[in-house]
Structure formats: structure tokens, C-alpha cells
Design a protein around this ligand. Structure first.
Ligand code: BG6
Length: 480
């Protein structure tokens, strides 16, 4: 509990408060913060949604959401938590419910945040009505979710809409990957140690791999996903953010604009991806699982559920070091990591029989969180000077003991909103620059009517993705 940074008393209004994200992530996350004593007395969570629920109906919904996400909660804690809840039936596009909401928020005496956990088509209507009903002041925060547009043009339009009603300092664009504990640890490792930063460049690093593999398919999200695909759903945001944090220059301070300026420079330094440096895939047959096309209900869908690509950050630090990115659904395992693969020593004093050895820093995001560094040592035994690679391991669970119950990304990020800290949120120009990089790739596929390569469910992805990296004399790290 001593690690908990206190926050001010707050009112958090969640539009879409009975939706899937609220049920799976936001509400269970807030419950955990409540249990840790991070919801000061007087703080409230007000769900505003279309469903004709009364308060006790919503409270039941929350108890169930918490049980599904976290197992049976402590009776006192859950009853304390449901006391902080309130509910308003609201019509985002009409007038119903707005006077009720206004009555629940009579004074600006607490931190106030509105979470837009709804589709972007409702952002404008919500922003307008919030103003019309006098529900926002210059300190009020709004939180918006991805997808933030589907290309640069729509992202710009969305930004313009939000900026008509709010200052950039009030807008919190969530990319939940930035809230993951290991992702923040990547910054701690890079900028808190003397050991790595001097070597963190193309002179010493051979290449970098960023992999986000999922074993789930698109499940019930087919309607959304089939219009997005892996490029829009994962690469433009989550993988791009991981790449930025891996590649960025040290900011002068760990402070919102200093960090975001450096990330933006990385995105702008990305060179266009050559069509033969990218592989799209779509999961298909396996004995008992449905194929992607069955999942989305379109037997001719050409949307990708997998991407592998090679790109370059064209600046002084990274010239000549390729970045290989891949992500996909229905792969062998849920396994996400960043691998920083160092070059070989310039000369091996042990002769050719010692083989090839690379140091490697492996930053594991999931399923387990940890960081490990592979170093080369002598093989034990009397057999002469033979070398082997072993991990110097730092599993968070082992190193931190029970404290390793790290907060879910959403818990961390929502508390940052309450604190007014935008460091781990995307700025308008970052999002637009990321689309500027992915747009030509997607337009190229559309122009060519590109068909993704089929890959077997629960495999490593399409074989062409292996060729993409093997052509360069390198290999993907094992998934799982
Ligand atoms: C979401 C994507 O943003 O991230 C999903 O829309 C994906 O398709 C999810 O499954 C992955 O998040 P996590 O935290 O489970 O890796």
C-alpha cells in the first residue's frame, strides 16, 4: 500500500459504462484501485449508457464484471465499491438523461473526467452536449479509446472535432500498451542504467524484433475487426508505440511533452515500407476451430489477421539496424516481447568452433513480465573453451515477490488521468504521424487487391514471414 500514490477525489463518468471494455477492463481496474485505497472518500464512478438500467441493476452488472475478471471479491470491499457507483440512462444523440447527469455533477469541486468508451462517431455529440449542459470547465479531462480514426484524414478530423471543444492538455488518448508495466520498465532499463544506453545504437545492435502474438481469434469482434485488420488494430498503435519507446532518444525529463516529442521524431524518421518487406496473413484451417473468414462471416474477406514487416528508422542512431515487427491472431501462443539482438564481437579469440554468439536483451510483456539478458559464458567442464549463451534473468514475479501483482494497464492509465499526467497518452500529432506511415501501405494493398497469405491456426504465421527475416540471415524468436 505504501507504493500507492494518492490522487485527489474524483468523479469519473464513463459513457458506454455497460459496454465490453467497461465490463472487462475499466470497472475491474477501478475496483482494484479501490481495494488499494486509491479512491479517496467522496469519489464516484458514474456510468452513462443507453441501457434502461436502474442503479441496482448497474451495481449487479459491476459485481459480475469484477467476478469474471478477478474471481470472487472480498464482501466488504465489493460492497464499499458499489457504494461509489451511480448510473444514468443517457442518449448521446438526443436529450434524454443529460439533465439527470448534470444534477449529479452540481459543482466543480473534484477532479472531473469523462471516459468516452464509445465509438468515435459519438465523440462530437458527446462533446457538444457536455458543453451545452455546463458539465466541463478548463480542468475537465476526457479519455478516448482507439480506434482513433482509420487513416490520417479521419484522425485529423477527429482531432479537429475534439479540439473545438477541449484543449489538447485535456485530451487523453489511450493506448493501453503504454500502461503495461514492462513497457514502462523498458524506459527505466534504458534511461536508468549506465549499462545499456552507450550500446543502444546501430554500431552495437544487429537488429530489433517486436512481436505481439495472440492465440485468440477475432471471436465476437468480427464486424469491427474485418474493417480494420492487424495493421490498423495493432501496428499503427501498439507496435508503433513499442517501437517508439525502444528507438527514441533520451528525453531531457520524464515529462509528457518531452517524451512525446521524442516518440514523434521516431515515427517521422520511419522510412516507407517496401512492399516486399511486408507479409500479410489470415488464419485458416485447423481441425476444430473456425477460420478467419468464418469468424467474420465473409467467405471472401481479404482482411489480414497477421502482419510481419521490416522497417528502418532513418536517423544517425539507427542507420543500418532493421526493425522487424510482427503481430497476429490465432498464433501458437500468447507471447509478446521485444528482442534487442546485439552484434557479434568483432573478432572471436576462441576460433570458429566457438560458433556465433549474440548478446540479446529480451523484454517480455506477456504472458509473464520480465527482462532477461543473454550473455555468453564458457560451457562448464573440462572440454576446452566451448561457449554457450545463458540468461541473466529478471522475472518480475521472482524479483519482487508478492508485490509483483502488477496493475493492469487500464488501472495505471486511469489513475494518470486523475493525476493529470499525459506522459503515457498519445498526442494528436503522434497519432496523425503514425497514420501517415501506415496509410500508403494500406492503400497499396487496396490498389493491388492484395490477398493475405493463409496460415494455419495455432502456428507461427505464414511461411513467407519466415522468409522475410531469413533472407537477411536472421531468425524470428520462438513464439511460446
Ligand atoms: C486491442 C486490440 O487494442 O489490443 C485487440 O483491438 C487485441 O485486437 C488487444 O486483442 C491486445 O491487448 P492485450 O493487452 O491483450 O495484449
Amino acid at each position: 500500500v505504501s507504493r500507492i500514490i494518492p490522487v485527489e477525489t474524483f468523479d469519473l463518468v464513463i459513457f458506454g459504462g455497460t459496454g465490453d471494455l467497461a465490463r472487462r477492463k475499466i470497472l475491474p481496474g477501478l475496483f482494484k484501485r479501490f481495494c488499494d485505497g486509491q479512491m479517496p472518500v467522496g469519489s464516484r464512478i458514474i456510468a452513462a449508457a443507453r441501457s434502461e438500467l436502474d442503479l441496482s441493476g448497474f451495481q449487479d452488472f459491476v459485481v459480475e464484471a469484477v467476478e469474471d475478471a478477478l474471481g470472487t471479491p472480498d464482501a466488504d470491499q465489493i460492497s464499499g465499491f458499489v457504494d461509489t457507483l451511480d448510473y444514468v440512462t443517457i442518449d448521446a444523440l438526443g436529450e434524454e438523461g443529460w439533465a439527470d447527469l448534470a444534477a449529479k455533477l452540481p459543482a466543480f469541486d473534484k477532479v472531473r473526467a469523462f471516459y468516452f468508451s464509445v465509438g468515435p462517431s459519438l465523440f462530437e455529440a458527446l462533446a457538444e452536449r457536455l458543453h451545452k449542459h455546463g458539465l466541463v470547465d478548463t480542468e475537465t479531462r476526457i479519455v478516448v479509446e482507439k480506434p482513433f480514426g482509420r487513416d490520417q484524414e479521419s484522425a485529423k478530423a477527429l482531432n479537429a472535432t475534439l479540439r473545438r471543444h477541449f484543449d489538447e492538455s485535456q485530451i487523453y488518448r489511450i493506448d493501453h500498451y503504454l500502461g503495461k508495466e514492462t513497457v514502462q520498465n523498458l524506459m527505466a532499463v534504458r534511461f536508468g542504467n549506465m549499462l545499456f544506453e552507450p550500446l543502444w545504437n546501430s554500431q552495437y545492435i544487429d537488429h530489433i524484433q517486436i512481436s505481439v502474438a495472440e492465440d485468440v481469434g477475432v471471436g465476437g469482434r468480427g464486424a469491427y475487426y474485418d474493417k480494420s485488420g492487424a495493421m490498423r488494430d495493432m501496428v499503427q498503435n501498439h507496435l508503433m508505440q513499442l517501437l517508439c519507446l525502444t528507438a527514441m532518444e533520451p528525453p531531457s525529463f520524464f515529462e509528457p511533452d518531452a517524451v512525446r516529442d521524442e516518440k514523434l521524431k521516431v515515427i517521422r524518421a520511419l522510412t516507407p515500407v517496401e512492399p516486399h518487406h511486408i507479409v500479410r496473413g489470415q488464419y485458416t484451417d485447423s481441425s476444430d476451430e473456425v477460420t478467419y473468414r468464418e469468424d467474420v462471416g465473409d467467405p471472401r474477406s481479404r482482411t489480414e489477421s497477421y502482419i510481419a514487416l521490416k522497417c528502418h528508422v532513418s536517423n544517425w542512431r539507427w542507420a543500418g539496424t532493421p526493425f522487424y515487427l510482427r503481430t497476429g491472431k490465432r498464433l501458437k501462443a500468447r507471447d509478446s516481447e521485444i528482442n534487442v539482438v546485439f552484434k557479434q564481437t568483432p573478432h572471436s579469440i576462441f576460433g570458429p568452433e566457438a560458433g556465433e554468439h549474440h548478446n540479446e536483451l529480451r523484454i517480455q510483456l506477456q504472458p509473464d513480465e520480465g527482462i532477461n539478458l543473454r550473455v555468453t559464458i564458457k560451457e562448464p567442464g573440462p572440454g576446452g573453451m566451448r561457449l554457450m549463451d545463458v540468461p541473466l534473468d529478471m522475472s518480475f514475479a521472482e524479483a519482487l515477490g508478492e508485490d509483483a501483482d502488477t496493475p493492469d494497464a487500464y488501472e495505471r492509465l486511469i489513475m494518470d488521468v486523475i493525476r493529470g499526467n499525459q506522459t503515457l497518452f498519445m498526442r494528436d500529432d503522434e497519432v496523425e504521424a503514425a497514420w501517415a506511415w501506415t496509410d500508403p501501405i494500406i492503400q497499396g494493398w487496396e490498389a493491388r487487391h492484395d490477398v493475405p497469405k493463409p496460415y494455419e491456426s495455432f502456428s507461427n504465421g505464414p511461411t513467407d514471414a519466415d522468409l522475410l527475416i531469413e533472407r537477411d540471415g536472421r531468425n524470428w524468436r520462438e513464439i511460446g
